[in-house]
Design a binder for this molecule. Structure first.
Ligand code: MN
Length: 439
């Protein structure tokens, strides 16, 4: 593994909060995001450092980005990261390297940056925006433990369908209802049926759920009709975020056959605001999940040695819940499950390559999500459907409240981070949302 200088564990920043142990955003991370400097002001692009944001528009105006490719410098004045993502992995990497030099302790670039007033803004003083203009959103189903658990509830004799180990299963989601962390989510109305054969009634969903997922933003992209070989897939990945694919299980159960999820999923999807680049994730690459000896071989277009050796990402994930009653009593959120992204059956590169394999064009800013991240252990199930086995085994919160599915006022907080010996820990920040009553 060759690591670039921005990942040197010895690097420190002149922004003190970035050097604290356990910080999500040390100088080795430098994720990109968008923020509103003040209410009513257009969003700007920035980079998280400690508890601060480096304002890329201010950096550009101060000449701190001079010498980078013109389209990269232009993109730093945009209202979303989509133009930056259009410059591809090389554009994103060149900007991240420059920002590392600006924020490092010592050096000429850092000295110039420190002299620019307004270059940094506090994260807690601004409102975050969606990172990109998301043209299309696709959600996969890449956790075999999730697929097996859900399948066994609905088809006990035949939990895993015959296609699962051959094809990365996915569906086209809805981009217009993807929102950034912190935005409220209203309990949706929908058709629900008490019995599989109906008849349905129309009303508020009574089986609201979250799904713990990891998302990837597309960089570069492909022209219509041109596939992306697996060896090139990661050149089209800008970086990763946390995703909560809110789901109305009763609506889903009634509507999903024969064409798959529709209104049960598209009322809201929450993403974390900071896009952790593939460059920053390089120290945390892991092998793709090893297939069982009895598994069928993967078709050639979906496998190569590099993907097997390092196609995965070692990300630890957590789900936290805080009910309205807990909030009123001043009690903190409680962790209800934890997950490990290394156990996914398909890698992000395989999902991307499969998506484009028929010539479907992926565009900068498109969002791909992994599907619910679940493990074999009960406390690593990534949604309440699995965790409470369709509500039949409710979980108990520290104050005695129980949950089969979400209640109005519940706040769901997803967290994720990467750590390993010899590297500086990096985090994703939070993906947070509160469920509001229907109506
Ligand atoms: Mn999902």
């Amino acid at each position: 593994m060759t690591l670039d200088a921005t990942l040197d564990p010895a690097l420190r920043s002149w922004v003190d909060s970035a050097n604290l142990p356990g910080a999500d955003f040390p100088i080795q991370n430098l994720p990109f995001g968008c923020f509103h400097p003040a209410d009513g002001q257009l969003a700007r692009c920035g980079v998280a450092i400690g508890t601060q944001i480096l304002d890329l528009l201010e950096a550009r105006e101060a000449g701190l980005l001079d010498g980078l490719r013109a389209e990269v410098v232009d993109a730093c004045g945009a209202e979303s990261l989509t133009p930056l993502f259009a410059t591809g992995r090389s554009g994103i990497s060149s900007l991240r390297q420059r920002v590392s030099a600006l924020l490092a302790s010592g050096g000429d670039a850092a000295a110039r940056a420190r002299a620019v007033p307004g270059l940094l803004v506090a994260q807690d003083a601004v409102r975050m925006a969606l990172p990109a203009v998301i043209g299309d959103y696709t959600d996969f189903y890449a956790s075999i433990d999730h697929a097996t658990n859900v399948g066994s509830m609905f088809r006990p004799d035949n939990p895993l369908l015959p296609n699962y180990k051959h094809v990365p299963i996915g569906y086209h989601g809805r981009a217009s209802s993807v929102i950034v962390s912190g935005g409220p989510v209203k309990r949706p109305m929908g058709q629900v049926a008490a019995k599989p054969e109906g008849p349905p009634t129309f009303g508020p969903s009574a089986r609201m759920d979250y799904e713990l997922e990891v998302g990837a933003f597309i960089a570069g992209g492909n022209a219509l009709g041109h596939a992306i070989p697996l060896a090139e897939a990661e050149r089209h990945l800008a970086g990763l975020v946390l995703v909560n694919d809110w789901s109305a299980r009763d609506v889903q159960a009634w509507e999903y056959q024969p064409l798959g999820p529709f209104l049960a999923k598209n009322f809201a999807t929450t993403v974390s605001p900071w896009v952790v680049t593939l460059d920053a994730l390089e120290p945390f690459r892991v092998p793709a999940r090893e297939r069982d000896a009895s598994d069928p071989p993967v078709l050639p277009y979906l496998t190569d040695a590099r993907n097997e050796r390092a196609g995965g990402f070692g990300i630890t994930l957590e789900v936290w819940l805080r009910s309205a009653q807990m909030r009123e009593a001043g009690e903190p959120a409680v962790r209800i499950s934890h997950g490990d992204f290394t156990g996914m059956y398909w890698t992000m590169a395989q999902m991307l390559t499969h998506h484009a394999s028929n010539g479907c064009n992926l565009r900068p800013g498109d969002l791909l999500a992994s599907g619910t991240v679940s493990g074999a252990a009960k406390d690593s199930r990534g949604c309440l459907l699995e965790l409470t086995w369709r509500g039949s085994e409710p979980i108990t919160l520290p104050n005695g409240e129980t949950r089969g599915f979400l209640a109005d006022g519940d706040e769901v907080i997803l967290r994720g981070w990467c750590e390993r010996p010899g590297a500086v820990r990096i985090g994703f920040g939070e993906c947070r949302g509160q469920l509001l009553p229907a109506g």
